[in-house]
Design a protein around this ligand. Structure first.
Ligand code: SF4
Length: 294
């Protein structure tokens, strides 16, 4: 891989925003930089990948995706079409287990508060890849995320994570916040200029497209939508949850209601009894999925 000789130094443009703070860390390195688009399979991260290829050249960039083996089939179609459009092959990293297998291995059912599936299948695989870039290729990764201004808190968390968890700090950049002025309608650009159809999960109303609507951090409204559009998928999650509860004899669940366990079986019975529509906007105390880079 050819790379340019630019030094990697934390951007301070974010300072003006007063929210995404510039790092104190100087990324002083003799390694050659490689610009890594953290591809989530969504529109914004696709656009950010396009942007860095235009700016740095594809020989200096990577398009990175961690596969949980739960992804929707149409996400793969979208990702491959984007990769072809921008001229950069996707670097896939795959643990080999599904989130369900992680839950059983760790004896812990993922939920809105803690999702070991994300730690094992995405974060860990990402850190291994980044250390390989340094150790085996003498490259210094700079990570680019598609997170927008409305989710700055997630950008702050990612920045802090990559400054403190790798062996050496890793630079993070958020072009949708730090670089672009004004709103960019990435979906419109991708559909109308690139002529690439967006992942079908957008049309179905899912707020993020990871793990085919089964994300354990999705929350009550998200699972109501899953029940509405893909009831068989909901049923598979319900059966997985029941198997877990029986095997480990624990009163645990993916969803929570009023601070306590709320099994999918109970929720489905409620949806069938009362109708799904009134639950689609149901608020809960869940947090946004950390696997989605937008
Ligand atoms: S998207 Fe959700 S279910 Fe899938 S790996 Fe991430 S946290 Fe787990």
């Amino acid at each position: 891989m050819n790379v340019n000789k630019a030094k990697t130094k934390k951007s301070s443009e974010s300072c003006a925003l007063g929210i995404l703070h510039p790092s104190e860390v100087e990324f002083n390195t003799t390694r050659k930089p490689v610009h890594v688009a953290m591809f989530s399979g969504g529109a914004s991260s696709a656009y950010v990948a396009y942007y860095i290829v235009q700016k740095y050249g594809k020989e200096n960039c990577a398009l990175f995706f961690t596969d949980t083996l739960w992804e929707d089939v149409d996400n793969y179609r979208f990702m491959e079409e984007v990769a072809e459009y921008i001229g950069l092959d996707i670097t896939y990293r795959i643990d080999g287990r599904t989130p369900e297998e992680v839950f059983f291995d760790t004896h812990f059912l993922g939920n809105s508060r803690m999702a070991k599936c994300s730690e094992e299948l995405k974060v860990r695989q990402t850190l291994i890849y980044l250390e390989e870039l340094r150790d085996e290729h003498n490259l210094e990764p700079i990570l680019y995320f598609g997170i927008g201004p409305h989710e700055q808190h997630r950008a702050v968390n990612l920045q802090a994570f990559y400054e403190h968890n790798p062996i050496e700090p890793i630079a993070t950049r958020f072009p949708m916040i730090e670089t672009f002025t004004g709103d960019i309608d990435t979906k419109e650009v991708i559909q109308n200029e690139w002529k690439i159809k967006l992942p079908r999960m957008y049309d179905l109303g899912f707020s993020h497209a990871n793990c085919a609507g089964r994300c354990v951090r999705g929350g009550l409204g998200h699972y109501a939508l899953l029940y509405k559009v893909w009831p068989e998928q909901f049923k598979e999650q319900e059966e997985m949850e029941e198997r877990f509860r029986a095997k480990f004899n624990k009163d645990v669940s993916i969803l929570k209601r009023n601070g306590g366990p709320f099994p999918l079986k109970t929720y489905r019975e409620q949806l069938e009894r009362d109708g799904v529509e009134k639950f689609l906007n149901e608020k809960d105390d869940t947090v946004p999925c950390i696997c989605s880079y937008s």
